[in-house]
Design a protein around this ligand. Structure first.
Ligand code: NAD
Ligand code: ZN
Length: 389
């Protein structure tokens, strides 16, 4: 890591480095040499130390239609890096700082950023289409032929260097091990935040988590830390139950073994009245209905975390809603990145939050396609890809 001098030899100039490029939907990523432009005003160029893979990267690597399907693109949005150089009007960051790039913006100035009711940054959060936050489709990446490469979720961490807007950047304690820190840039924060902020799970409550990937297991971990009673995990992969016990899963349902019964019926039998909170962490329309039907009348709450590829409308019983059951979605688990990530870091450093068990695999960056296979095959929770090893 070039951390010793007060300025980078590349400052103000493009950097040549390696990136894994998603060139066509459904195809393996290709490691290529690219150019990364210097940061403009309100931007920071960072050297990625390590990145992990979230299911959202898999979804977008396969997306073959609609405005969000863009190729060639540099995916990746769960990472940690070190500041290499800064653009104008950047306060609070300097070269050498360890930072998390986060896909969800936090401008700290808009009405929503100032309110405790929402983490939906009114200034920036609606825009998923631009490459760069304040410069629209302007890209900071070019391939060796000089062609622009698309950014992804304002992070693009599958590159040795990337340019990130300060609304998407959080400085973290240098005491934090960087691989554990990377998990907080998407999946684990999303799950823990959903349990703490969106559902506000209380001691003794009952929970059902649909989908035991890193997001679902982070929901369980958040609920465990809040002292939840029963935490029911639902997954087609039986290996996830043993793994889930480390994050507080107390009971397991494999939908393939439910026979004629619906998952919601099994959950109602297990709990008597249904669970207090259910969380959809797969991104399947049918599971969302089951998650909703699993909650108790009067106060049950379903939190939608999984991203449905086709964004299909949902149909829920109006009488069930009328009788006091809630459904809500959340981006980044309702967390405000600059405010809440340092709190999660503290919980980890105090040995309360279990981050270690989420890292099931580690590989070199060049082996990124193996990391995709591991996630798709359900063998990994999070695979950390190291840039310099
Ligand atoms: P993952 O691939 O690690 O986990 C998904 C799990 O769902 C796997 O264990 C799989 O076996 C299970 N599953 C698949 N089909 C199932 C079915 N029919 N019934 C029961 N279980 C089933 O994924 P992840 O990285 O944990 O991400 C989970 C979801 O959350 C994805 O849709 C991702 O895009 C989304 N996500 C949302 C946010 C947000 O801010 N809302 C953030 C990160 C990820
Ligand atoms: Zn993610």
């Amino acid at each position: 890591m070039e951390k010793t001098t007060s300025f980078s030899i590349h400052e103000g100039k493009p950097i040549r480095c390696k990136a894994a490029i998603s060139r066509k939907p459904g195809e393996a990523l290709v490691i290529e040499e690219i150019h990364v432009d210097p940061p403009q005003a309100f931007e920071v160029r960072i050297k990625i130390l390590c990145t992990s893979l979230c299911h959202t990267d898999v979804t977008f690597s396969k997306l073959d239609s609609g405005p969000l399907a863009r190729f060639p693109r540099i995916l990746g949005h769960e990472a940690v890096g070190v500041v290499e150089s800064i653009g104008g009007h950047v306060d609070g960051f300097q070269r050498g700082d360890v930072v998390l790039p986060v896909f969800h913006p936090h401008c700290e100035e808009c009405r929503d950023c100032k309110s405790s009711k929402s983490n939906w940054c009114a200034r920036f959060a609606d825009d998923f289409l631009s490459n760069t936050r304040r410069y629209g489709m302007t890209s900071r990446f070019k391939d060796s032929m000089g062609e622009d490469i698309y950014h992804f979720l304002f992070v693009s961490s599958f590159s040795e260097y990337t340019v990130v807007d300060i609304a998407h950047l959080v400085k973290i304690s240098p005491e934090m091990p960087v691989d554990k820190a990377a998990l907080l840039s998407c999946g684990v924060s999303t799950g823990v935040g959903a349990a703490w902020k969106v559902a506000d799970v209380e001691e003794g409550s009952t929970i059902a988590v649909f989908g035991l990937g890193a997001v679902g297991l982070a929901v369980a971990e958040g609920a465990r830390l809040r002292g939840a009673g029963k935490i029911i995990g639902v997954d087609l992969n039986p290996d996830k139950f043993e793994l889930g016990k480390k994050f507080g899963i107390t009971d397991f349902i494999n939908p393939a073994l439910c026979g004629e019964k619906k998952i919601s019926e099994v959950i109602k039998e297990m709990t008597g009245v249904g669970v207090d909170y259910s969380f959809e962490c797969v991104g399947l329309h049918s599971l969302l209905t089951e998650a909703f039907n699993s909650t108790r009348t009067g106060s049950g709450k379903t939190v939608v975390l999984g991203i449905e590829k086709d964004l299909t409308p949902i149909s829920l019983g109006s009488f069930d809603l009328f009788r006091g059951r809630h459904v809500c979605g959340s981006m980044f688990g309702g967390l405000k990145p600059k405010l809440d990530i340092p709190i999660l870091v503290e919980h980890y450093l105090k040995k309360e939050l279990n981050l270690d068990s989420f890292i099931t695999h580690e590989l070199k960056f060049e082996e990124i396609n193996k990391a995709f296979d591991l996630l798709v095959q359900g063998k990994s929770l999070r695979c950390v890809l190291w840039m310099d090893k």
